[in-house]
Design a protein around this ligand. Structure first.
Ligand code: ADP
Ligand code: MG
Length: 401
């Protein structure tokens, strides 16, 4: 029977599959599709009615990854991603596309089209300001992660959930790309701007104190099932729009989600604010200096406020929801939140570093065409990244000030 065992859908399959597995379109509607996926791993299609443009999204995971046909990844990741999106639909419904149908056999998810929202990375690279963005992201992290912790869910239920979201294959990718390759240059995978190669190699490969700190972060990433985290919360996983002068966001692509340190998500967001800041400083996107100054001032405040709002919302949540009498202690709660923020600074450092020296770059760096500016930006980010890893408490005090 059609669609009863996994294969990569093509052409009419895509339209027929969505038609058969949702009640969204009528039989007489004229459906077409386009591939809209720009990621490295999966296939994403928009299926829409030609006239009205009414649409749905289909995301399918294949056994081979989209950009590297030699890269095998188990398609069961799709079921995990659907499970996480469904959870988001419950605890942060306004912040996630609605799952309409999830199919573990075809490794496919039919979901709401969030086409009225734009990719946050692209918007920030165009110099757009989104007031309230950091508050929404901090709220999303608190609403989706803290309820899943020991403190929010209780230990036994948490263990069951951690097992359900166990994600060793995708976590291994993060371990390699974020916590190993940038410091060990394994199999020549790192990519250098030639003008910075020697400087970066010395900084990343030869500092055993730095490497020891990164090793400890890797160990924490692997062995601290604190709560359900997104695992890949960069600005390309965040979609944004302004409606009635209010910023709104949607979060997509939680296929790297697993039970890990909440600080990892928070640090990732912080790092990608810093990339946006760096791009604004060193590219030529602004036609006037006032606009540039306004953007830089906004993003500077957004970095601080991300952590500030995380603390406020986390404390509110914990005071209200903790049931365990041992955890119901304000000194413990403050300390729990402070530790997340310190680790977020460290994980921000590993994210900054890996995008400079690692194989997976970010367009805020590679998009700088003026070579002298790129050299400067890479060095500035690497200095910041290493300082964050070596002295997170001190840097956090600086961010708060
Ligand atoms: P991958 O897992 O391959 O990285 P993503 O989930 O990041 O795939 O999706 C790739 C792109 O497809 C996104 O950057 C976005 O442009 C588009 N996309 C994904 N989900 C939706 C959706 N629900 N609505 C609209 N566009 C989407
Ligand atoms: Mg993606």
């Amino acid at each position: 029977m059609r669609f009863s065992s996994h294969y990569k859908m093509e052409g009419d399959d895509i339209i027929d599959y969505v038609f058969e597995h949702s009640n969204f379109f009528d039989a007489n509607e004229n459906l077409v599709y386009e591939e809209i996926g720009d990621g490295n791993i999966n296939y994403v299609y928009r299926i829409f009615e030609k006239g009205t443009k009414k649409s749905l999204i289909l995301k399918q995971a294949d056994v081979q990854t989209r950009v590297r046909p030699d890269g095998y990844l188990n398609p069961d990741r799709s079921a995990r991603e659907a499970g996480v999106l469904k959870l988001y639909n419950e605890c942060a419904p306004d912040f996630s596309p609605k799952v309409i149908y999830a199919d573990p056999v075809m490794a496919a998810i039919i979901m709401e089209d969030i086409g009225s929202y734009s990719n946050l990375r692209k918007e920030l690279m165009a110099g757009k300001i989104f007031y309230g963005l950091e508050k929404l992201i901090a709220g999303f992290i608190v609403d989706t992660s803290l309820p899943s912790t020991d403190l929010g869910l209780g230990y036994q239920k948490k263990c069951q959930a951690a097992f359900k979201f166990y994600n060793p294959d995708l976590c291994k990718i993060t371990q390699d790309l974020v916590f190993t390759h940038p410091y060990k240059g394994v199999r020549g995978r790192n990519i250098f701007l030639p003008e910075n190669a020697d400087w970066l190699k010395k900084k990343f490969y030869e500092d055993s104190k730095l490497i020891a700190k990164v090793a400890a972060l890797k160990e924490k990433f692997n062995n601290y099932p604190q709560g359900l985290i997104h695992g890949d919360l960069h600005s390309g996983s965040i979609f944004v729009k302004i409606e009635n002068e209010k910023t709104k966001i949607k979060i997509i692509d939680p296929e790297f989600a697993f039970y890990g340190p909440i600080a990892y998500d928070l640090g990732n967001v912080l790092a990608h604010f810093i990339f946006a800041e760096g791009y604004a400083k060193y590219s030529f996107i602004f036609d006037d200096e006032n606009k540039k100054a306004s953007f830089l001032l906004w993003i500077e405040n957004a970095k601080k406020d991300l952590l500030k709002f995380f603390s406020i919302f986390a404390k509110e949540f914990l005071i209200k929801n903790i049931k365990d009498p041992m955890y119901k202690n304000e000194i413990f709660i403050d300390d729990y939140i402070e530790k997340i923020k310190i680790d977020a600074v460290s994980f921000c450092g590993t994210e900054l570093n890996r995008r400079i020296i690692g194989s997976a770059k970010t367009p805020e760096i590679t998009g700088i065409k003026q070579i002298e500016n790129r050299i400067l930006l890479e060095r500035e980010l690497a200095e910041a990244g290493c300082a964050m890893i070596l002295n997170p408490e001190e840097i956090l005090r600086g961010i708060k000030a």
